[in-house]
Design a protein around this ligand. Sequence first.
Ligand SMILES: NC(=O)c1ccc[n+]([C@@H]2O[C@H](COP(=O)([O-])OP(=O)(O)OC[C@H]3O[C@@H](n4cnc5c(N)ncnc54)[C@H](OP(=O)(O)O)[C@@H]3O)[C@@H](O)[C@H]2O)c1
Length: 241
Amino acid sequence: MNYRDDLRGVRAAITGGTSGLGLALMDELLMRGARVAFVARDPKRVAAVAAERPGVVGLVGDIGRKDDIYPLATQITGLLGSLDVLVNNASSLGPTPLALLADTQCEEFEAALALNVLGAFRLTKALLGALAASAREHGGALVLNVSSDAAIEPYARWGAYGSSKAALRQMSRIWNAELADERIRVLALDPGDMDTPLHRLALPDADPATLRRPADAAREFADVITSTLDDLRENMSMGVR
Ligand SMILES: NC(=O)c1ccc[n+]([C@@H]2O[C@H](COP(=O)([O-])OP(=O)(O)OC[C@H]3O[C@@H](n4cnc5c(N)ncnc54)[C@H](OP(=O)(O)O)[C@@H]3O)[C@@H](O)[C@H]2O)c1
């Protein structure tokens, strides 16, 4: 099936767009006709990724830093015009090498929560007005939070990361219930184990041949984005809430 252009006119923002899943998802959304803004910390990588993709908005910022959130949100909505889809993808593993909770520093635990939970919360909150306006105008908007099986399975040495992903998953469910009347869906999706720098940092001995390609997970995520927006928009045209 050819999905080219099925997201034409959709405006999307992705945190962590210079590597792994975020980069692959950006390319998939661009191929489908979306306009995309992305955020990452390394200015050289942001400039290089944006330079290769004409029309893409590359923003430098740290989602784990409270003071970066409003300037980023303002730039995202200002440069894209508004926002239909937010993907909270940037993530911290907590301590690396991965450590037992007893050996995890409080600051390392805090850093995982600051990015994976609070960062996603703050950015969603800062962009809620734009998402609600898009939902009113076009029928629906979507926040996609990138989760993990560590949100559910109690893997040893994944304590800071797993706890933060569990909180992100539950926060997504609550946002989703609270925002249903505004036609904003909030989903938490697990991309599965992928061959990325984050995975190599966590499990350096893993055989890459056993891991998914980020592009495959990105295609599935883009399918979810497409079908969710289609459902919301179709339901609005039929008067269903
Ligand atoms: N890889 C897996 O096997 C796997 C499995 C399950 C779930 N996931 C989830 O999938 C998502 C993507 O992971 P990935 O493996 O694709 O990671 P990745 O390849 O390491 O890429 C991470 C991206 O996030 C950016 N980033 C990191 N910290 C940031 C911060 N504080 N503020 C803004 N940007 C930041 C990085 O750029 P800078 O460093 O320049 O900021 C980079 O662009 C994460 O939520 C992860 O938990 C991954």
